[in-house]
Design a protein around this ligand. Structure first.
Ligand code: NAP
Length: 250
């Protein structure tokens, strides 16, 4: 993978940070992009200190001009980006009758518009190179989850987006898949616990009891699956949604 360049959005922390470190360990040059510039700089420094190649930049994935500018900078700094992990995400949970139009728009914009803009910018390099991998972060919430009308619509939307890109880009050597994580211990789920007024450790313990493998997931569980999907050997796997949830979810 020496000459291959991977972009990870939302790479400041949680799943994105773990995916970035794993892809660097796999030999990719990695571009870490996030709203939190200092955190992605720290992540990139760690990769470089370990002997890898990395680039970090501040990016709002829902801003078209920023996306096009930053993806071009990645190409200048590291080479043509042919791997894209659309991971950036936010929550604005509320029951439908309390959910505002802003809550709806914010979630749809980051997950769906963000994945669309990033994929469109990166496909220009993938189709030219005749090789590529896209991994979109969906969620078990795509199957429906109380208080998440916006998020579940976005995560289900990403599954349709994944299958369509797989059909369109296959002839260029590009595979497109989605990972649908279950409960993963990150700041996102910690924030959910805080909003519910529940201790995070108690929330994790309760969740683990409902999961067949009897534990909640870690960012490394998702990084491992991503590593497989972007590998050379996964070239015949495309348009799939892999539930990484400690048990069957669909
Ligand atoms: P996280 O800890 O909240 O990290 C998400 C990262 O995305 C943050 O660094 C955040 O930056 C960044 N981000 C948010 N909006 C952005 C934007 N407009 N442009 C660029 N970056 C942006 O979340 P996580 O738990 O690692 O989740 C990562 C992905 O997995 C998300 O798509 C999430 O929906 C999905 N997922 C998570 C779980 C779970 O249980 N944790 C389950 C299923 C799916 P700031 O901190 O600066 O806002």
């Amino acid at each position: 993978m020496a000459d291959r360049v991977a972009i990870v959005t939302g790479a400041a922390r949680g799943i994105g940070a773990a995916v970035a470190q794993r892809l660097a360990a796999d030999g990719f040059a990695v571009a870490l992009l996030d709203l939190d510039e200092q955190a992605v700089r720290d992540g990139a420094e760690k990769i470089v200190a370990g002997g890898g190649k990395a680039f970090a930049a501040k990016l709002d994935v829902s801003d078209e001009a920023q996306v096009n500018e930053v993806v071009a900078r990645v190409a200048d700094e590291l080479g043509a980006p042919t791997v894209l992990v659309n991971n950036a995400g936010i929550l604005r949970d509320n029951l439908l009758f309390k959910m505002t139009a802003d809550d709806w728009d914010a979630v749809i914009n980051v997950h769906l518009r963000g994945a669309f803009l990033m994929s469109k910018a990166v496909q220009a390099y993938q189709t030219k190179e005749g090789w590529g991998r896209v991994v979109n972060l969906s969620s078990t919430s795509a199957l429906g989850n109380r208080g998440q009308a916006n998020y579940s619509a976005a995560k289900a939307g990403l599954q349709g987006f994944t299958k369509t890109l797989a059909i369109e880009l296959g002839k260029f050597g590009v595979t497109v898949n989605a990972i649908a994580p279950g409960f993963i211990a990150t700041e996102m789920t910690a924030a959910t616990a805080a909003r519910m007024g529940v201790d995070f450790e108690d929330l994790k313990k309760g969740a683990a009891q409902t999961i067949p493998v009897q534990r909640v997931g870690t960012p490394d569980d998702i990084a491992h699956t991503t590593s497989f999907l972007v590998s050379e050997g996964a070239g015949f796997v495309s348009g799939q949604v892999i539930y990484v949830a400690g048990g069957p979810k669909d």
